[in-house]
Design a protein around this ligand. Sequence first.
Ligand code: NDP
Length: 234
Amino acid sequence: MSRSVLVTGGNRGIGLAIARELAAGGDDVAVTYRSGEPPEGLLGVRCDITDTAQVDAAFKEVEEAQGPVEVLVANAGVTKDQLLALMSEDDFSSVLDTNLTGSFRVAKRAVRGMMRKRFGRIVLISSVVGLLGSGGQANYAASKAGLVGFGRSLARELGSRNITVNVVAPGFIETDMTAALPEDRQAEIKKNVPLGRLGSTDDIAKTVSFLAGPGGGYVTGAVIPVDGGLGMGH
Ligand code: NDP
């Protein structure tokens, strides 16, 4: 089984692990990147998902190289943490623009081809924080909670075309994003995780691979927590 896959923000962290996992399963995998070099062995397309024209150009490049996108993983995301009283409007809207509107831009562009093909798998990478809330992350949590309503609406719109849309909500995963947290904060997080450890990027990749693969064919509109039990299923 070889499908045309696009993973946004697939040049590092969770996105790269997802891209490698799907490529190992035999798919043709493209990743977006903004600067530097794309990872070896994957098709890199330069794209900032806050720019609709760049999104369109990236899809055209992927379509030419490996055909219309059949599996889309909207993974690219940013944080700009701040307490509400100190959060600027730009801190709020720029995080929404990347995490939520960015996912809208790529999903909208991807469904064209998927509807024609009557096949598609869309996986949106949210966060446990979107469901539990998190002090100092009102912008990030709002963007990640928004993905749930967005994804479930798409699941309803697109189900009759054999397109599934699911949301994965990772807990705390070992990446650049969490490495930036102070050590005492990391220890506190581990105390609240029933499995007692941070997750690995592989933990997320295997779940996405399941949803994108034949095992996930009858799963749509779901929010799958991959968080070591932190959110107890939420
Ligand atoms: P990283 O910070 O390691 O990587 C973020 C990725 O997103 C990079 O590839 C980055 O590209 C890309 N990106 C950011 N902004 C844009 C943009 N405007 N256009 C295109 N690409 C962009 O993050 P993680 O791997 O940790 O996180 C991946 C996803 O998982 C995110 O959506 C995050 O919110 C979510 N998540 C992460 C958790 C964690 O514990 N790490 C927990 C829960 C959710 P570039 O290299 O060009 O900057």
